[in-house]
Design a protein. Sequence first.
Length: 297
Amino acid sequence: MKRILAVVLALFVAGTVASAQSYTFKVLANKGNNKVKSGADWESLKTGASLNSTDELEVSSDAYLGLVHSSGKTLELKEAGVHKVSDLASRINTGGSSVASKYADFVLSKMSAEGKKNRLSATGAVHRGSNDAIKVFMPSSVGVFNDKAIVRWDSLENASTYMVTLKNMFDDVLLSIETNDPNVEIDLTNDKIAKENVILLSVANKADESVKSGTYAMKKLPSADAEKVKASLNSLMSDVNQESALNKYILAGFYEENNLLVDAMTSYEEAMKLAPEVNSYREAYIDFLLRNRLGGE
């Protein structure tokens, strides 16, 4: 009986390892008329596809591919031409934790036909009336891990300048920021706000301050919680330590899974800034806002 159990266990482990290693790369982001050849024929390459070592890629001009290796390492490919997947794999230093592949699978699992349908219906929506409230794309109360937060809100058709106000719990104004864009980057190490555990944020149309958002609370994580996040993040950073749009995308998955929604938003914003021409990141960001009910109705 013990021998049978040992054989079954060995087969299970072997099957698990084979399953875990059944691909060389996965496609996380895809721009251009790119193709893959797994057998005799070339086919259009799709986001989320798995690539094996025997496959070939045909990358079009002005294209972009964001690939994650089975080891968790990432690769951005922009070189036009035909590439053997095995050659691309040889560029990868496979040492590391492979934690990134977990979060790559996480962000891929969030892509769905329903998500695309919701995204198409929501894309381009803005408030039309000058008296409409401003919708900030964050929960009413949210923990923040990092020292930088990028906050975005629904744009107003007739607003050219927004006023972002940061207050403490006693309603004292700590910092005011003007911006012409429907987003702002907040440095949480700024001397005026660094000592606050809770910061209250609101946004108003500078030309008519009666047109404003509600109040949103950003809270520093308690030390014990921050240490847990930091420990997990350190393992991931061995795979995604380079400044790239693809790595920011994977970090967004990490933060979302840990319910750090402002940190996830910031990573999406940074990914779009690093690769503004790649719609995959913009679409993933919209999906993120919708599934977390941060994008309004």
